[in-house]
Design a protein around this ligand. Structure first.
Ligand SMILES: [Zn+2]
Length: 250
């Protein structure tokens, strides 16, 4: 059987929906011929393609887009993404308009594009172990805010962070890893001032480390200006590895 084109699928889908809607009053014995036989094709054409307004200037709208995307990810209802040559060419010609900048840990289990169910050109991601903010990360954030006018900056930590755990355990580090651990140390000192131990201590340190990254971001005069004029919002969040959800870290 010749493989139908995408256009043919679209026509078939429209016909299937139209006839399906009339199924109660107009029996149609040929309905089965209108739906492609391959179950994966049936599933693919039934999932909508993710779309958003090209320009998102409201911090609240940007945050809502991320939260809705995370809800889809968490519930296993992620949308199709347009990864076609046409879309890639469009992004090249028209340029990118990401609506949020996200500083997240490099942990392979925490990819922002996936856990917020976003597509090409949607989010400007800065990944570094321990989601720390040094001058290089801050420069990237400033670029996203000034150049792309992203209305939202998020620092995204996560449960069970290896970089935070290493900093809490305080073992010997080699090479440039110590630069990351040293950046997390102020959070370790503060977390250890309480009576927490074990995983509770690590998670407390992780939360404090997210807050310290937020403090580092708002030291920027560029960021301050955008915050003061309400063109930008900055939020701290934490990702729950097994549940897949996001919580705010104030
Ligand atoms: Zn991590």
């Amino acid at each position: 059987m010749t493989k139908p084109s995408i256009c043919n699928y679209a026509v078939l889908l429209v016909l299937a929906i139209a006839l399906g809607g009339c199924a109660m009053s107009i029996p149609n014995p040929d309905n089965s011929l209108l739906i492609p036989e391959d179950p994966s094709v049936q599933q693919a054409i039934s999932i909508p393609v993710y779309q958003r307004n090209e320009l998102v200037s409201s911090p609240e709208e940007a945050l809502q887009l991320l939260l809705e995307g995370n809800q889809r990810f968490k519930s296993g209802q992620i949308l199709n993404k347009d990864l076609s040559f046409t879309r890639r060419s469009e992004l090249l010609k028209k340029g990118q308009h990401p609506f949020a900048a996200i500083v997240s840990c490099s942990d392979s289990r925490v990819p922002p594009e996936l856990l917020f169910d976003q597509a090409l050109g949607d989010i400007f991601v800065i990944r570094v172990a321990g989601n720390i903010v040094t001058q290089a990360e801050l420069g990237s954030i400033e670029y996203a805010v000034e150049h792309f006018k992203v209305p939202l900056v998020m620092v995204l930590g996560h449960e069970g962070c290896g970089a935070v755990t290493a900093a809490v355990e305080g073992g010997e580090t080699h090479g440039s890893i110590s630069a990351i651990v040293n950046k997390i140390k102020p959070a370790v000192i503060e977390a250890k001032s309480g009576d927490l131990t074990g995983s509770a201590l690590i998670e407390k340190c992780s939360d404090l480390n997210i807050q310290n990254s937020l403090k580092d971001i708002i030291k920027s005069s560029i960021i301050k200006e955008y915050l003061e004029t309400k063109r930008l919002r900055i939020v701290g969040c934490k990702y729950d590895l097994d549940e897949g959800g996001i919580s705010f870290v104030d």
